[in-house]
Every structure is written in structure tokens, then in C-alpha cells.
Design a protein around this ligand. Structure first.
Ligand SMILES: [Zn+2]
Length: 75
């Protein structure tokens, strides 16, 4: 059976401090968040009222980069 799964990823970073907030992954119609590894250059992505997705460190808005296609590989 041919694998036609569409898989895309976008980097999420903080607009203010520039920390890595993880990756947003889309597989077909479902989205999920891949948390950034715990490094000094990373912070947790949090959801804030009225702001939406934000940086857990400084509270700045999360910037979601362009979706990039990830090569599909057979399991
Ligand atoms: Zn920040």
C-alpha cells in the first residue's frame, strides 16, 4: 500500500526573545505540538487568553514559521 501521508512541520519561536518553542506538526488534518528540548535557548509554549500561543519565559507572542514538508518514510 502506498504511503501518501502528508506531513508538514513548522518551527515555533518567540517573537520577543527568539527562544525555540518547539515544532508544530501537521499530519493530514491533525495538528500536534512537539515540545522543544530543554535547553537555555528553548522555552515552553503556553496558551494565554487573548494572546493565543505565547512564550512561557517572557510572555511574548509565538511566531509560527512556514510549514515545511517532511519527507515521508515507511515505518
Ligand atoms: Zn520569549
Amino acid at each position: 500500500m502506498e504511503d501518501t501521508m502528508l506531513r508538514e512541520r513548522a518551527e515555533v519561536s518567540c517573537l520577543l526573545c527568539g527562544r525555540n518553542l518547539g515544532l508544530l506538526e501537521r499530519i493530514d488534518e491533525s495538528m500536534r505540538l512537539i515540545e522543544a528540548p530543554e535547553t537555555p535557548n528553548a522555552a515552553q509554549l503556553v496558551r494565554r487568553p487573548r494572546v493565543g500561543l505565547a512564550c512561557g519565559r517572557c510572555g511574548g507572542r509565538a511566531l509560527i514559521g512556514p510549514m515545511e514538508r517532511v519527507a515521508a518514510y515507511a515505518a
